[in-house]
Design a protein around this ligand. Sequence first.
Ligand code: G1P
Ligand code: ZN
Length: 548
Amino acid sequence: MDVLVNQGHSVSTEPFDDQKPGTSGLRKKVARFQEKHYVENFIQSIFDTLPELAGGSLVIGGDGRYFNDQAIQTIIQVVVANGVEKLIIGKDGLLSTPAAAHLIRHTNSDAGIILSASHNPGGPEGDFGIKLNMKNGGPSPQSITDAIYENTKSVRTFKKIDCHSVDLASTGQTQVGPALVEVIDPVQDYADLMETQFDFDAIRQMPVRGIRMVFDAMSAVTGPYACEIFENRLGFPSGTVINAQPLKDFGGGHPDPNPVHAHELFDRMMSEGSPEFGAASDGDGDRNLIVGRSCPVSPSDSLALLAANAHLVPAFSKGLAGIARSMPTSSAVDRVAEKLGVPLHVTPTGWKFFGNLMDAGLVNLCGEESAGTGGAHVREKDGIWAVLFWLNILAVTSKSVQDIMTDHWQTFGRTFYQRHDFEGLDETRASEFFSALEKEAGNLVGRGVDGLTVVSTEVFEYKDPTTNEIANNQGVQLFLDGHSRLVFRLSGTGTTGATLRVYLERLETRPEAFSTDVADSLSGLTKLYQELLNLKHSLGVTEPTTVV
Ligand code: G1P
Ligand code: ZN
């Protein structure tokens, strides 16, 4: 059926002043995206910036949150009018971020548009987002997002065809004027890819041996992926995946897989008779949480452990080319890289900085403290991939999560780690505070409390070794004596006010102290930053709103 009504025309529009992509795409309240021409302007700016996308093919899908369907229909109208000849769209408009990244590569498409605000809440009052991914499957680099933003400031017309809604409820092909729209099963190709990465036969023995797992899809996009992979292909019993149905508002929850928001999973794993292995992913499926029986694993530790055990999984049969971590991620993985003699790269926050390193073959394992881990199989972090990586290691070592972590700490020491978020701050005040901190950080050298002293400071700047592009002002680091560090940065993903993130880490090498409570272990650092920053005076706050 041809759904085209009108071949395409130009529509006059007025620019919006807030279409600057942040750490991970353009993210705003749903209501902002619903404003007339808001989506159209942004999509047109992508094509004005990258006219070479005309004539090519595009992958489109999202995490299923509120407004996903309408946004996709609008995007179809604008991209077809701009000359895209083939659109590959996930059934029901669904594609997890890593599955979309894979599909771009697998189908040799030219780019992808992913609709998601990741772990931010959904629903009419919640958040929405648009991300542009490139031919390599990964997020568009800073130079492109900057150019798109420049364009949004002056866009005066967009192109659009008029057509009926394209049916996304069943797989198949539809002609929309000159463009072919193919609606595909969002899960199949991704699940097939996972089978090439890990030893599924070894993992299949886990349920046979009576090992139980629980995976919390948090009513977000990974439900169908997890059911297919963990239950259908690996044989974990039905019910292993909880909150498996993607909901437009994620059931009212906050789909961020951390101990605060994934508390259903967390409580279960901390209770008597819990399954042996627990995991969760976020709104769009790129984050992961790993938790053993009474043993939460911090994302930074998870990265270090995966690096140390990568030789056990097929994905790394050719070895580790290099490892990259974002600057605020703990240095636990640095010690593994050093022991293995593997190069380590430290990048600014955000997955977009890893893509070039992977394309150049410099790294094939990357991670962030914010529950992101991924390999070179796609150019995004990948929640289910990280969970399978863990399962593969547990299957071939026959160890528990607790044992494998304890063994790891015995070898490398334990890096205690926490992030304190101060959310909902006044934007002007926060940015003034932060600029002052950047300028005056150096004056903090020599300051300290309770024997913890600031030894050196740095405003993090990154030079991409593949492009020589510089990203400056990427956070403030305070290095303290005794292998401790404090990092401060402002979030680039929030939609309401500003968020100050404070990252704390401390290396502990005494085995008898490995079981200390994390907050207790970091109490000195907590006291130190509170005293140094004097947040009550500078920002009118005292306690973090979230601690993860
Ligand atoms: C946050 C995380 C960052 C991650 C990003 C997208 O960004 O801190 O590691 O890449 O979400 O998932 P932030 O809000 O800190 O800018
Ligand atoms: Zn995400």
